[in-house]
Design a protein around this ligand. Structure first.
Ligand SMILES: Nc1ncnc2c1ncn2[C@@H]1O[C@H](COP(=O)(O)OP(=O)(O)O)[C@@H](O)[C@H]1O
Ligand SMILES: [Mg+2]
Length: 340
């Protein structure tokens, strides 16, 4: 139950005087919006309970990381819904395996963690990550990269030069290492990311291994937290759409990203994630404090609103209009719910 219905025409979300989550809505993405303290996280907790009851596994991303009891309350909600046997995984204290997939897939996810505004740097960073991961070459010495330590070892001019000696990529690597600043710069960026999670991506668990995966971000720097979330979201997209996964369906798992606007420039990735997981039946809910806070610009906010196909669960807000009745023809049916 989400609350008590006061008014509205969204009849499928009503059950007597209560607002509920119908099974048909369980796989739709929702945006939760409202002022700080307006009850978004409490609503998310209720969604977790209802979804767990419907047999969904939950991946909960706590972008704020300021509520020390949240993980426990979410575990309690899952246990209440499904019994004491639920498996809970708590990242980063319990690591995940960030190295699943082909070298190219892992390289793409690593590249997606970085905000590169300068085009020259962007292309050199991509090349550095790809050659270090051995994307171009089965020839790359040392085999597949399966840990952050191994990747760090490869951001090294002598190593890469040796590994690609006599291969078709030899001149590419020569170009890459010519500017002596580049490789150490890339290495430093990823070192910071891996240091922040302290081995958090070097585990064996995957998104499929728990009923509740709680991802908290107790990091000192917002840049580190953003990079970590970018990698987690990319890993989740890969998990949902991985053709090698048995029974490739996303409708058994829901990701909830709480307080996405606490981090910077995530909206495009969240839109992309929502659209991709929707293709395999999955969904992602995202919470933010206002329409303005839901994206970097108007276009992004509207696209996010569109990608959240279930609609917006709007809490107390100073500017509710853009979520519904504004300039473009969105479905504005709804119910007004009172907390209960
Ligand atoms: N449905 C509800 N019923 C009773 N209290 C609520 C409800 N929703 C929120 N609250 C209270 O409001 C406080 C803030 O809610 P929270 O979900 O943390 O807000 P937000 O995530 O929007 O910042 C909570 O500590 C809780 O005590
Ligand atoms: Mg909250």
């Amino acid at each position: 139950m989400l609350g008590v219905v006061v008014d509205g025409d969204l009849d499928e979300m009503r059950q007597g005087k209560h607002a509920v989550l119908p099974e048909a809505y369980a796989n739709r993405s929702f945006q939760l919006s409202g002022k700080p303290g307006s009850g978004k996280t409490v609503t998310a907790e209720r969604l977790v309970f209802l979804l767990a009851k419907m047999g969904r596994r939950i991946v909960y991303v706590d972008c704020k990381g300021t509520d020390p009891d949240l993980a426990m309350r979410l575990s309690a909600a899952c246990i209440a819904a499904r019994g004491p046997g639920v498996r809970v995984h708590h990242f980063p204290s319990e690591p995940l395996n960030g190295w699943i997939g082909t070298p190219a897939e892992v390289a793409n996810r690593l590249i997606a963690t970085q905000d590169t505004t300068e085009p020259y740097y962007e292309s050199t960073l991509q090349t550095a990550v790809r050659v270090a991961m051995g994307v171009h070459a089965s020839q790359a010495a040392g085999g597949t990269v399966t840990s952050s330590t191994e990747l760090m070892r490869r951001f090294d001019a002598a190593f890469l030069t040796r590994a690609y000696q006599g291969t078709s990529q030899q001149s590419l690597v020569a170009d890459l290492v010519r500017d002596r600043q580049v490789l150490p710069g890339v290495k430093m960026r990823f070192a910071a990311l891996f240091e922040a999670v302290a081995g958090g991506f070097d585990g064996t668990a995957s998104y499929g291994d728990a009923d509740l995966i709680f991802l908290s971000l107790p990091f000192a720097s917002k840049a580190d937290a953003t990079a970590v979330v970018r990698l987690l979201l990319a890993d989740f997209t890969h998990y949902c759409s991985d053709p090698s996964r048995k029974d490739r369906r996303g409708d058994d798992v829901k990701m909830i990203i709480d307080e996405a606007s606490a981090l910077t420039h995530l909206s495009d990735q969240i839109i992309d994630l929502a659209e991709r997981v929707r293709d395999v039946g999955g969904s992602v809910d995202v919470s933010n404090q206002s329409f303005e806070g839901s994206g970097d610009n108007e276009d992004q906010r509207k696209r996010l609103r569109g990608a959240m196909a279930g609609g917006t669960i709007l809490h107390s807000s100073d500017n509710p209009e853009p979520f519904g009745t504004a300039d473009d023809p969105v479905d504005t049916r709804g119910v007004v719910v009172q907390a209960a």
